[in-house]
Design a protein around this ligand. Structure first.
Ligand code: NAD
Length: 268
């Protein structure tokens, strides 16, 4: 086992990072930020999203562990007073993991360039100034012309994040697929969209073609793509990624318990 720590910059996260590194040394567990097999994220869900982004090209060999320093996070199972329990679990680890689906995002720009991203939570396409207009293709067939603020395309574990705020369904992460949600669509006698979220299966390909004068902005988890004046987004293609994210299973709270804890709370 080779462990890396990816932490937020707060004093508390940095203190915990030092404590964990000390615990690793005492137990002869190797620390390796370049090629780790376990990445411990210390902070909030946002920190875990950044850790995922940082180690995106090594997903096959990495298992993630989340420690939350703020309020309860969705991807973070360990609390700050559990550092010694975490070291014990690393020592006794049997290598098991739980995996969740991810989203491929392929963007084409007006200058002919292309960019590929992988999202853990979601990708959004939004226009802050004017109505976003785009043609929505499902498996290469034109489905509808969307007009509105934007669209949110989320993974199953991302379905509890932005997707939930735009009225999407919570998806069991055992379902390999992704979800399309509308943001403030225009619906009247002239313009029409489906008006409800769509959940796609493992083989589906969703394509969005934007107008030539589009000023829409693309986001992928925490990253927003800055375009400038010389090029704009032409086409976006979404599909289930080949890779999955793996979390170490020595403690990984059941998804539905997590949903209950985060959104309902109270005694069981
Ligand atoms: P952050 O850690 O501050 O996260 C923001 C909030 O989203 C936190 O409360 C976090 O716990 C929660 N969150 C993140 N992923 C979640 C998930 N999979 N399920 C349930 N809750 C989750 O850091 P950040 O950089 O602001 O986080 C980026 C994420 O914030 C985006 O991926 C997006 O999902 C979410 N977001 C939501 C809205 C919205 O709901 N209107 C708007 C923008 C961004």
């Amino acid at each position: 086992m080779k462990v890396a720590i990816y932490s937020s910059t707060t004093q508390e996260s940095q203190r915990l990072k030092r404590m964990i590194i000390q615990g690793l040394e005492q137990n002869q567990i190797e620390y390796d930020e370049e090629h780790p097999t376990v990445v411990i994220s210390i902070g909030g869900d946002g920190t875990l999203l950044s850790a995922f982004n940082h180690y995106q090209d090594q997903l096959d060999s990495i298992r993630f562990v989340g420690m939350h320093t703020g309020h309860l996070g969705f991807y973070t199972d360990w609390r700050t007073f559990e550092v010694f329990d975490l070291i014990e679990s690393l020592k006794n680890d049997s290598g098991q993991s739980v995996s969740y689906p991810l989203l491929n995002v392929d963007a084409k720009f007006s200058d002919g360039t292309k960019k590929h991203f992988v999202a853990l939570n979601e990708s959004t396409i939004r226009d802050m100034v004017k109505t976003m207009v785009c043609d929505v293709y499902i498996n290469a067939e034109l489905f509808e012309r969307f007009r509105g603020d934007g669209l949110c395309i989320s993974t199953p574990t991302g379905s509890t994040a932005y997707n939930k705020s735009v009225g999407g369904a919570i998806m069991d992460p055992k379902i390999v697929g992704f979800q399309l949600g509308e943001m403030a669509s225009l619906n009247n006698r002239v313009f029409r969209t489906l008006g409800s979220p769509i959940i796609f299966g493992a083989d589906a390909v969703l394509t969005l073609r934007l107008n030539d004068d589009s000023t829409a902005v693309l986001s992928c988890d925490r990253t927003q793509l800055m375009l400038g004046n010389t090029r704009h987004l032409m086409e976006l293609t979404y599909s289930v990624a080949k890779q999955q994210i793996k979390f170490a299973k020595f403690r990984h709270t059941n998804f539905w318990l997590r949903v209950k804890d985060s959104f309902i709370g109270g005694e069981s």
